[in-house]
Write a protein that binds this ligand. Structure first.
Ligand SMILES: Nc1ncnc2c1ncn2[C@@H]1O[C@H](COP(=O)(O)OP(=O)(O)O)[C@@H](O)[C@H]1O
Ligand SMILES: [Mg+2]
Length: 269
């Protein structure tokens, strides 16, 4: 089919589909508890991958392990085709500049204004004039849908939704290729969460980002994620588009995608 061919060619040009991150046989534990048990997962270029699983199951641990913040017992993490274990410090910081992170907890420095928060990674990584740093900060502030006045505010002066946006602006400071979002819409009301999802989708499309998003939010999974991977018992038990997940017979997935909350989400849609 002519249309299909055009799309495939387009995908090839954009490089959609090739893994930007490959996790293989990853084992992570604390003391005698194994959290991730030979887990394997690919994050593909250009996709928004939603990552779901039970609370306390290891979603944040996986994120932090990919970022090199939690030590692994075995397995490999390849980012941009490079095994992180084989990199020296300079190569490692070069990789780190290519990703942006919105952590689940405590996103911003409370004593710095939004503008200073966004400029923090710029100062750490680049030598730029104050004028250029201000221009970049305000461009990011606008990009995430905040008014420029927000730049002078402290995090304590912002609403929950604004804090998420400001944290996102900081994650975007260095123009990353991959964005890691750990439960970005938790704590937001459904409208705020929906707006944030839309923002993620718009940014992903306009900036050509790849997004790894840990989420509990069924709305997000339905509306913004291209693919979903589910974690249970330390492993990825299923992955694919939402239809695949909903068709799974795994008890946890059935309960999650067909439970009371899922029915409520479907009737709202
Ligand atoms: N630094 C740590 N030391 C010990 N245990 C940890 C540490 N970080 C996470 N854990 C434990 O690992 C498990 C998975 O945590 P986490 O990845 O935060 O879950 P979630 O899937 O909700 O994000 C939890 O039981 C948590 O208590
Ligand atoms: Mg978590």
């Amino acid at each position: 089919m002519a249309n299909g061919e055009t799309m495939e060619q387009g995908n090839e040009e954009a490089g959609v589909g090739e893994p930007l991150i490959s996790v293989r046989d990853l084992v992570v534990g604390f003391g005698d508890r194994v959290i991730l048990d030979h887990l394997s997962l690919d994050i593909l270029r250009g996709e928004i991958l939603g990552f779901v699983g039970t609370s306390g199951g290891g979603k944040s641990v996986l994120t932090r392990t990919i970022l090199g913040l939690v030590p692994k017992r075995s397995g490999t993490v390849e980012v941009f085709g490079q095994d992180l274990d084989t990199l020296n410090e300079a190569q490692r910081s070069a990789v780190e500049r290519r990703w942006g992170v919105l952590f689940q907890q405590g996103a911003l420095f409370s004593s710095l204004t939004v503008k200073q928060n966004i400029q923090f990674p710029l100062r750490e990584n680049l030598k730029l004039s104050q004028k250029l740093m201000d221009d970049i900060a305000y461009a990011k502030i606008e990009m995430v849908g905040l008014k420029c006045e927000a730049g002078e505010k402290l995090p304590s002066e912002l609403s929950g939704g604004m804090i998420k946006r400001a944290s996102l602006a900081r994650a975007l400071a260095l123009d990353p290729e991959i964005l890691f979002l750990d439960e970005p819409t938790s704590g937001l009301d459904p409208i705020g969460a929906g707006d944030f999802d839309e923002l993620i989708r718009t940014l992903q499309q306009t900036l050509g980002l790849t997004v790894f998003m840990v989420t509990h939010d069924l709305d997000s999974l339905h509306t913004v994620c291209d693919r979903i991977a589910a974690l249970a018992d330390g492993k990825v038990i299923a992955q694919g588009p939402i239809e695949t997940m909903m068709a799974s017979t795994h008890p946890w997935l059935r309960a999650y995608f067909h439970g009371a909350r899922a029915r409520a989400v479907r009737s709202e849609r």
